[in-house]
Design a protein around this ligand. Structure first.
Ligand SMILES: Cc1ncc(COP(=O)(O)O)c(C=O)c1O
Length: 436
């Protein structure tokens, strides 16, 4: 069954998360500050104190194209590993865009269309979010303009094609279309881009247009809220209590979507799983970033968000998991991490692709590069169970397929893939430019 409501974890937390601040006044932002960027319904959801938010019928109607999504037991992977652990994965790759991203793209497009918006702008890393929003805009008659991080634009031409099929306009970011992009290109003509830069470009264009708004694919509370359909379904589908829940984190939305309903049950004392976020070693905001107020974008257009950050102008190395190349992290998850509600680890890309190939050869699904991080950690956990003899129940989010990422798999298979060392000086240098 598709859930009838999204779950908002904020009222269940022991302490509320710190508010976003206006960069000039340093006071909490109000609805009026956000109105040039988002429709009122989403602004309301961003600060909502309601535990449950009803999913509109128009949104459910589109969700029915791929929801409910399957929860599968990875028996052949278990057997290949020789582990007593039971591994379950919630597969979101059956959506039209191939990932969990349409779970929020659809309601975002719906609320914007209902409030008379003509066009949505956005950024995309891997191209998953851009194609999800392009799909959703097509469903509700909106125009869509996407800034795609240069590294992914070059690595994933067919993601661009998919967005164009849905009717979107796609630019490589940094672009000369915006002042923010042109400024970056003036300093670094060969810039591979970052999500932070692409966000600046999309926000700049949305802010300048009367009937144009901006849509974000992760990080914000309303995005995490929409993704809780994943966890609500999994909670109903999983016939036993999980011991470990593992998800990858870029801005945190698929991880939050899976774990928030389970955390509700944990807070109520009904289950007690260990919950673990996995981030790329090349962009480790939880494990090597600081918890501080920072901009969500590179140019400094967004409100100041209290989050785990590597610094708003940190440009991660061009790993193939483009969706995980974000300098910051969801403020809500950052707050919950500080409260000790889950743990975080990092993994480098070669071991992740190794896990992705192992998964494909046993379970048959080729994972997107982002969830291979969760799979690498899941396999490691299952092998620890093999050592200890524990039959733990492990649940993970397989949040997208990798059919547009085969060039990256080719690089891995031919031995040409590289791991990037991230020297502390690079992090320190970007952190030195945090807003005071
Ligand atoms: C398939 C996939 N997984 C994960 C992510 C990371 O985002 P989030 O942490 O918000 O789930 C992305 C982002 O583009 C993605 O495309």
């Amino acid at each position: 069954m598709i859930p009838s409501h999204w779950y908002n974890i904020v009222p269940d937390l022991p302490a509320p998360p710190p508010p976003p601040l206006h960069p000039a006044t340093r006071r909490p932002v109000g609805p009026g500050d956000l109105a040039p960027l988002f429709p009122m319904e989403l602004i309301g959801q961003e600060v909502s104190g309601e535990r449950f938010v009803a999913i509109p019928e128009e949104v459910l109607d589109v969700y029915r194209l791929w929801r409910p999504t399957p929860l599968l037991r990875a028996r052949r992977l278990e057997k290949a590993l020789g582990t007593p652990a039971r591994i379950y994965y919630k597969y979101e790759g059956g959506s039209p865009a191939g990932s969990h991203k349409p779970n929020t793209a659809v309601p975002q497009a719906y609320y914007n269309a209902r409030e008379g918006v003509r066009k949505l702008t956005t950024e995309t890393g891997a191209g998953q979010w851009g194609s999800a929003l392009a799909f959703a805009c097509a469903q509700f008659g909106l125009e869509c303009e996407v800034w795609m991080v240069r590294a992914s634009y070059d690595q994933k031409p067919y993601r661009r094609s998919l967005m164009r099929v849905y009717g979107a306009t796609v630019h490589a970011s940094p672009s000369t279309v915006t002042k923010a992009g042109a400024r970056v290109l003036a300093d670094a003509p060969d810039s591979t881009g970052s999500l932070g830069i692409a966000i600046s470009e999309a926000v700049e264009v949305a802010g300048a247009g009367e009937d144009v708004r901006y849509a974000l694919g992760s990080v914000l509370n309303h995005v995490l809220l929409h993704q809780t359909v994943i966890g609500e379904e999994a909670l109903a589908q999983l016939g036993e209590a999980p011991d470990v829940i593992i998800g990858c984190t870029g801005g945190g939305s698929n991880f939050a979507g899976l774990v928030f309903p389970f955390l509700r049950e944990k807070l109520a004392g009904r289950i007690d799983p260990v919950i673990r976020a996995v981030e790329p070693a090349a962009c480790p905001s939880f494990t090597r970033g600081v918890y501080a107020y920072d901009f969500g974008d590179t140019a400094g257009f967004t409100p100041l968000l209290k989050m785990h950050t590597l610094g708003h102008d940190f440009v991660p190395d061009p790993i193939h998991a483009g969706g995980l190349r974000y300098h910051g992290m969801s403020p809500l998850l950052s707050h919950m991490y500080e409260l000790g509600m889950f743990e975080a680890v990092s993994r480098s890309q070669i071991e992740c692709f190794e896990a992705g190939v192992r998964f494909a050869r046993t379970e048959g699904i080729v994972p997107a590069p982002e969830p291979t991080h969760a799979l690498a950690e899941t396999i490691a956990e299952a092998l620890r169970c093999k050592e200890s003899g524990e039959a733990k129940v492990i649940l993970t989010a397989l949040c997208g397929h990798g059919h547009f990422d085969l060039a990256a798999y080719d690089r891995y298979l031919s031995g040409a893939m590289e791991d990037f060392a991230l020297p502390q000086e690079r992090i320190d240098e970007a952190l030195a430019r945090l807003p005071g």
